[in-house]
Design a protein around this ligand. Structure first.
Ligand code: 26W
Length: 817
């Protein structure tokens, strides 16, 4: 049959190409190669196939001459490329078969891939899901970011504490990237701005930077699912302009010449591992300006290649700012247009403010970026002038509209005057963009009504919501092949690119035969995770127990410690009532804490202490197990999401902008226990109230309680179980008698409790009891699980990207039907 013949051909050619790369690219024989070398040969093999599509994509985009989406993001948290690219090419099976004819195991080779961890968490992973959907929907798009030499730190656990290790992901080269030496640019810093007269006799500002570095682009092909489209992710590396300063060398200052190189390359050395708390560090501002300056120069270059005048820049580009990190781009585009390309102010502003869109990703006030004025003036003197001028014109305009409401002007100013004067990047981003969006309904509402309220009043039409999504290709098909297979058998494969099709599963929710298969599949996936847990932590867990997972950055607002308090309360109950039986549960935690975030690190220690107590007490009779999986990453997420029964989304209401982990869990059939926060609200609406475990105060109730003088100690005093747990933390019961260990946590909870754990504890515990009962009722649980998957269609990043394309970017999306 011709189809089989084709499949045979694919296998043969993969096998030949693999052996060829092993010899000629890696320099090894099959017998003498390590799994890492085999991975590298295989990566090259697959990359070659992707590259062929890339060439055709570039040509087709050129012919279509469409507007290009430029996604500017300081983070892209891609996860492993190899399995994803194979899946997109439809070659997973052929590749697996080809390798097995050589006696090799695909999975063993694939795990060798070092993960490109170029992001902290949600924001970076969202950028990666968006790149996947853009390619799959065949939207011309370029992702621009930073090629950090060291990505997110590797987390080790020593005696229950987090220890950070450098992530040397580039140590053995990166087969997925291609340096593009034809598009290097210079980026200046510091120096002075002088007024000079140009040839036409005009007086104009001229920025003379004190330092210059070179940006070198590294391109990673981003393939779409079963399309020929391959988009480009262009990440910039900083290098010295002259890597060898001959003048310095001639005069004998060899060390000085090399130092110059080191200083320049520092800019893209390392990803800042702080999530939500901006470190007012000079290097971070340097990074932001670096990648934005390179990217805008590159866009202008491409615009020139397309033979377009620059006053049409906004017609050919839509530039999305992934949070404020790249928002200096607004001042930079103004500068390029005026100082380099001779535009007048109005002409430049016309182009600039129609070019950008700004997505906000956080409501935490401490996470809104502000740069101290002296630092800004020192690094980017010309940009500061431009920002002052944007601000002057903007405030003049606002003063007229709002009749000299000084208080309002003070709040809206791009320059903060309280304490040390600062540049407010969110205000710059809103003023300089045509569109502003939040990432979930509640989040957008809170932006409009609170955080950015003055701006919303001034420009209501500029604001919209774009609820986040995740790519079902990685987060269901790739990570959960067993469940995906069952779904394919039941409803076909259209859901791969039209996730709403999962609705077709609803009709099986009452079919006991189907539910049995569903459960069997889940059980097998859980058994795989159990094996991983055993091998990495030494802890034996039972796949028949409920897998209750909380994997995400460790942060007080995400309240991993609420989960821990609840586990301790179950433990205390068991200790008080010997023989007490409860639904067996395995609590799975994973996540990194910012290295400087003391309380988050203490929460990691707390989880380990809880694990020590609970896992080793024979009275528990194995009913509760607690595991912390070290070094949470995209690949580890791919193991956890498919194996979870219960997803913990328990942030303080009003604090989680959206959350995207919740969506990955839901797609894989986990049921959520959660607050009315972020995307939980929409997940519950889609899944149906009866298929979601809701607890806790709402955002308005949290606000009221906070304003009315919240007294956490009252909750402690009223709830004996809570008191027993907190007393135990205080008196060393859970820390081998160490009373000092958790003192900072306890005193924070009793005296401040900014995230209102104690106020929500009661409701959380009650609902957890209900969860336990529901899990014991397998037909009920199975039904809830199937319905969660069936109703997760909204949370595909394809839907999100379609909305951005329609409402903000104004670009067409290819229909696949
Ligand atoms: C400069 C310090 C800093 C670093 C990162 C401040 C803020 C951030 C990000 C905005 C944090 C982040 O990743 N936010 C998350 O974005 C996700 C994607 O929209 C949301 O789903 C999460 O709720 C939000 O916390």
């Amino acid at each position: 049959m011709p189809v089989e013949k084709q499949a045979g051909e694919a296998q043969t050619s993969i096998r030949a190409a693999f052996l060829n790369h092993l010899t000629h690219t890696i320099g090894r024989t099959l017998e003498n190669s390590t799994p890492l070398e085999q991975y590298r040969a295989l990566a090259h093999t697959v990359r070659d196939l992707v590259m062929e599509h890339w060439i055709t994509t570039v040509n087709s985009y050129r012919d279509r001459d469409l507007r290009i989406v430029s996604y500017l993001s300081a983070e892209f948290l891609l996860g492993p490329h190899l399995p994803n690219n194979l899946q997109n090419l439809g070659l997973t099976q052929d590749c697996t078969a080809a390798l097995s004819t050589l006696g090799l195991n695909f999975s063993e080779i694939a795990v060798q891939e070092p993960e490109p961890g170029l992001g902290n968490g949600g924001l970076g992973r969202l950028a990666a899901c968006f790149m996947d959907s853009l390619a799959t929907l065949q939207v011309p798009a370029i992702g621009y970011g930073i090629r950090y030499e060291f990505g997110m730190f590797r987390q080790e656990i020593r005696d229950g504490w987090q220890v950070e290790r450098t992530d040397k992901w580039l140590q053995f080269g990166n087969p997925w990237e291609i340096p593009a030496s034809d598009a290097c640019f210079s980026v200046g810093y510091g120096g002075t701005v002088e007024m000079v007269t140009d040839e036409s006799g005009r007086l104009r500002p001229l920025w003379k930077p004190g330092q210059c570095v070179r940006g070198v682009p590294y391109d990673t092909p981003i393939s779409g699912y079963q399309t020929n489209t391959v988009n480009r992710l262009r990440l910039w590396k900083a290098e010295a302009i002259e890597s060898f300063d001959f003048q310095a060398f001639d005069t004998g200052d060899y060390m000085g010449a090399v130092r110059e190189k080191l200083v320049s390359e520092t800019i893209t050395k390392v990803l800042y591992p702080s999530d939500d708390t901006p470190e007012g560090k000079r290097l971070r501002l340097q990074q932001q300006y670096f990648f934005v300056a390179c990217s805008l120069q590159d866009m202008i270059r491409i615009h020139g290649v397309r033979q377009r005048p620059l006053n049409e820049f906004h017609l050919k580009w839509s530039v999305q700012l992934n949070d404020t990190h790249p928002s200096i781009g607004i001042a930079e585009l103004m500068r390029l247009l005026m100082d380099v390309h001779d535009f007048g102010w109005d002409e430049a502003w016309e182009v600039t403010h129609k070019t950008f869109g700004y997505t906000n990703h956080t409501l935490l006030p401490e996470a809104l970026e502000r740069w101290s004025l002296p630092l800004f003036a020192e690094l980017l003197p010309r940009h500061l002038q431009i920002i002052f001028e944007i601000n002057r014109r903007f405030l003049d305009d606002m003063r007229q509209r709002f009749l000299n409401d000084d208080e309002k002007m003070r709040r809206m100013s791009l320059i903060g005057e309280e304490g040390e004067r600062s540049v407010r990047m969110a205000n710059l981003a809103v003023v300089g963009s045509k569109a502003v969006n939040g990432v979930a309904e509640l989040h957008t509402e809170l932006l409009e009504e609170e955080t950015l309220h003055d701006f919303y009043e001034a420009f209501p039409k500029r604001f919209s919501n774009k609820t986040n999504g995740v790519t079902p290709r990685r987060w269901l098909m790739l990570c959960n092949p067993a469940l995906a297979g069952l779904i394919n058998e039941s409803i076909g494969t259209k859901w791969h690119t039209e996730l709403d099709e999962l609705r077709g599963l609803e009709k099986f929710a009452g079919d006991q035969g189907f539910l049995d298969r569903w459960e069997k599949t889940q059980h097998a996936t859980k058994a795989e995770l159990a094996k991983y847990i055993q091998s990495t932590t030494g802890i034996a867990v039972d796949p028949a127990s409920m897998f209750d997972a909380q994997v995400k950055r460790i942060h007080e607002y995400k309240r991993q410690h609420l989960n821990a308090l609840h586990i301790l309360s179950l433990y205390c109950q068991i200790k008080a009532q010997s023989g007490l039986t409860m639904t067996p549960r395995t609590f799975i935690f994973g996540g990194k804490a910012a290295p400087s975030y003391k309380m988050a690190k203490l929460i990691i220690k707390l989880i380990h202490s809880v694990a020590d107590v609970v896992n080793n007490d024979p009275d528990v009779r194995g009913q509760l197990k607690v595991v912390f999986l070290a070094d949470y990453s995209v690949s580890l997420g791919q193991r956890v999401y498919p194996a979870a029964d219960l997803a913990e989304q328990i942030s303080t209401a009003g604090k989680e902008a959206s959350g995207t982990g919740c969506m990955k869990f839901q797609m894989n059939g986990a049921v959520t226990i959660g607050t009315l926060d972020g995307a939980n609200i929409e997940i519950r609406k889609e899944a149906g109230e009866e298929n979601f475990f809701l607890f806790g105060l709402t955002a308005p109730q949290i606000g009221d309680l906070q304003r009315g003088g919240y007294r956490p100690r009252d909750f402690y005093e009223r709830n004996p179980l809570l008191r027993e747990v907190i007393d135990g933390l205080q008196n060393g019961r859970f820390s081998n008698g160490d009373r000092a260990l958790f003192a900072p946590l306890v005193s924070d909870l009793l005296d401040r409790d900014s995230y209102m754990l104690l106020a929500d504890f009661d409701s959380y515990s009650t609902v957890q009891e209900e969860v336990g009962r529901a899990y014991g009722d397998s037909p009920r649980w199975g039904r809830m699980s199937v319905l969660n998957t069936a109703r997760s269609g909204k949370f595909s990043s394809d839907r999100t990207i379609r909305e951005y394309c329609r409402d903000i970017w104004d670009v067409p999306v290819m229909s696949r039907t």
